[in-house]
Design a protein. Sequence first.
Length: 474
Amino acid sequence: MEHQAANRADWRALWASGDLARFCFISLGIMLHATNETMVATIMPAMVADLSGVELVGWALAIYELGAIVAGAAAGRMISYVPLRTNMAVAAGLYAVGALICATSPNMIVFLAGRLIEGLGGGALVALAFVSVERLFPRRIWPQLFGVMSAIWGVAAFSGPLLGALAAEMLSWRWAFGMFTAAGLAMALACFAVLRSPEATRRRAGAVAPPFPLPALCVLAAGVVMIGLAGVGIAPLRSSLFLICGLAGLVLFFVIDGWRPASRLFPSSPFSWRTPVGSGMTMVLAFSVATCSFAVYGPLIMTTLHDIPILTAGYIIAAESVAWSILSILVANAPPQRERLIIVTGALMIAGGVAGFAYAMPVGSIPLILACAILQGGGFGIAWPFVTRVIVAVADPAESTIASSAIPTMQRIGYAVGAALCGIIANASGFSQGLSPETAQGVARWLFLAFLPLAVLGCVAAVRLSRPVPGNSL
């Protein structure tokens, strides 16, 4: 009991020392990133009506995630060369510049350029928030601080769709990005007032950063871009070649990552089904790709095909995040012997949500769509914490840190690839002809049916992950 008390965060003392204010400021980066990430889908109907370019909708998420992946990999290494405060100010500035470009964009191409810059800033802010906890706060309270950061992420993911919907209905979708511009700029300037400790203003003496995985990330970016290009102006031969080259680029990315142990982003053999780590990584990637359709195109289909108000669509998107957060909390204290059953149950819930959307979206039943969103989000909420724990627990001890950081990176790669694939399916199903109720009807079903095989693959991987490991207590 004395040990637990010694490791409990004294929030009053943290506030008195100023550490709590610094922690709240650092966590603002997480809120900016998570809110923006979930807001875009809600404002997409208003944005497409203003800028057109419905065939490029999938790129809005894909290009943002690409920027976040690159920045997340770079931020942890840059901290060895540039002080934390400078890194955070630059990241917040990039975020503000990207949001400003999005807010003032005259067409979809310029908007996507802004999204890339915004993703670089947002991804760096999240990575630096976790680095800041390690640099600025005592080790004994790290678990509590990381727990608060997870709660902040959940609140931000919930508020993003509602913020976007309110801005689109009452003002303009551009005002939503305008608010993020102001927030990013304010954070960049405030860095110099809030982060004044030696740990934040000085480079760590003797620190040597691992090599930056530039070749692997360049190949990853090229692969995702080629998959996205396959969906622009659908033509059987050209689209097939782009798709094949893009998928080959993804395979090459993981091969190159394995060749360079010093800068590796993933554990060795990340997709080998002979190990729980491989099964777990397969599950993470499969479900991340399979569930992009609703996040990218859900509000656009609901408003175009069924005249569902943007605010209602925002509430439905937010319900998925709420279900994720609530169920994650409810199962947090589950006994270890039930963890593997919970993982399989969560996987089946996610697959059920994907299958349910294939029926509910063309029909337009708000209760059914809401139920599918809750089912899908709840499945992630109960499965993801335990998937992370099992992967890290069974990984080679020398790769446990890599395995832990690889899970969110794999998830982002899945989102980027999934968004690009969504663009191919949506444009091949009708959106290449323009946005209308008729084209939305054709897209609504295929956009979810096409990803059912990946959802099934995720379930199979979950079952394999849940098998007891000989010689392991899990």
